[in-house]
Design a binder for this molecule. Structure first.
Ligand SMILES: [Zn+2]
Length: 413
């Protein structure tokens, strides 16, 4: 009961803030920033000694033990997360905190800790922004994510039910299960959504985890006969959502977003999370490049509006199936297999240059193990492993391009 009330509280608050004026949002942000900074300086050794410099994932990870406010040791948390990852147990906890690993867009391992309170707040906030109808109506949500399912089980009772679909499962089985479940809301990466066309008629289709290109957006809108929504999030937080007018807004009720401009519209966001206290996130520089929208959104929400997310991420690779055809393999899976080979792997790249060829850059001592890990991954996904070509230098890419460690440089048909 307490859990549900907490979710309800954050749900209602998110609904109210959606309509707040710019002035009152800024006032609110300043108050919360003072509060969270004070909390971090009081409870985290890292913040006590830090002088406001920008954070990166590397800094957070290097100082993990002094950074978190619960005195959780990095080695211990890492061992628990790694064991859970290997056994595909999605609910590892340490001293009551959920612990997770992320490969992240920059390729470095990220270790994150979330308290129950933070999880409930996240649930309330996300429900307020993604559900097509209010919380009082019975709604079924289908999720295709490789994510910690405890987040969703938290709310998997009462009027809202969640079904978690495994991205590694065979597509025809998945399609059957999805048809049987008949969701009201379908949440998946765009490459998966494209393959789920015709299985169900959800009231809302939401793209996550990959960049939704305008081409895919049009195709999806066409096959599902509706507007496609987006959730923009990463391990550092729930960052943004699409409003009913189709504009992507950043969650300025949960975050402060500073902009490091690259040109007059493009910027790199520096975020301060106004709520997270287990791992306070104050002035954290993300890897993404965002493009600001210059015109006001007619929805009435005064949160920062985006034209699009650019250069986020992580491509999808494809593998050939023995019976013919291809299937997607998410870059996140590929990254994970590589970084779990050894903690010492810091530099790596995988570029798919043809359906049956992956070029791989990794130090020579790790090659046999990396090759085995990737071969196993392709087989587990039901595909034929490609030819792995190891190279001694990072692979060439356009000079302005952001580093994506896993990328595809051939066009699928
Ligand atoms: Zn809007």
């Amino acid at each position: 009961m307490r859990k549900k009330l907490t979710i309800l509280f954050y749900y209602l608050r998110a609904k109210l803030r959606f309509r707040a004026s710019r002035h009152s949002i800024l006032r609110w942000q300043n108050r919360r920033r003072a509060h969270i900074t004070h909390f971090a300086k009081t409870h985290s050794l890292f913040y006590r000694n830090c002088c406001g410099e920008l954070l990166s994932k590397k800094i957070m990870m290097d100082h993990f033990s002094s950074f978190n406010t619960q005195q959780i040791d990095k080695g211990e948390a890492f061992a628990i997360a790694l064991a859970a990852e290997r056994s595909r147990d999605f609910q590892p906890t340490i001293h009551g905190l959920t612990v997770g690993l992320s490969s992240g867009t920059s390729g470095n391992r990220g270790l994150f800790l979330v308290s129950e309170q933070e999880r409930l707040a996240w649930c309330g906030a996300i429900l307020a922004k993604i559900l097509p109808r209010s919380l009082w109506y019975r709604q079924k949500v289908a999720l295709f994510l490789r994510a910690n399912s405890t987040l969703y089980e938290t709310i998997g009772s009462g009027t809202i039910s969640f079904a978690f679909f495994d991205l590694l499962e065979d597509l025809s089985t998945t399609r059957k299960k999805l048809t049987a479940y008949d969701p009201d809301v379908l949440i998946a990466p765009p490459s998966v959504l494209l393959r789920l066309a015709g299985t169900c008629q959800p009231k809302r289709v939401i793209s996550v985890a990959e960049v939704l290109t305008s081409n895919d957006e049009r195709r999806l809108a066409d096959v599902f006969s509706q507007k496609i929504f987006q959730i923009y999030q990463c391990t550092e937080g729930f960052l943004g959502f699409t409003c009913p007018h189709g504009t992507l807004h950043l969650n300025e009720d949960l975050l402060i977003i500073e902009k490091e401009y690259i040109d007059d519209r493009r910027f790199i966001p520096i975020i301060t999370d106004l709520y997270r206290t287990t791992q306070p996130i104050i002035r954290y520089r993300l890897d993404d490049i965002l493009v600001e929208k210059k015109t006001l959104c007619p929805c009435g929400c005064s949160f920062l509006a985006l034209e699009r997310i650019e250069g986020r991420c992580d491509d999808v690779l494809y593998i050939a199936l023995p019976q013919g055809g291809i299937r997607p393999l998410f870059s996140d899976f590929v990254s994970r297999r590589i970084i779990f080979v050894s903690e010492k792997i810091e530099e790596y790249e995988v570029v798919q240059t043809a359906l049956t060829r992956w070029m791989i850059y990794v130090k020579s001592e790790f090659r046999p193990l990396v090759e085995k890990a990737l071969r196993d991954l392709c087989k587990e996904a039901g595909g034929q492993p490609p030819e792995f070509v190891f190279v001694d230098q990072p692979l060439p890419r356009p000079p302005s391009a952001k580093l994506r460690r896993i990328r595809r440089e051939y066009e699928t048909v």
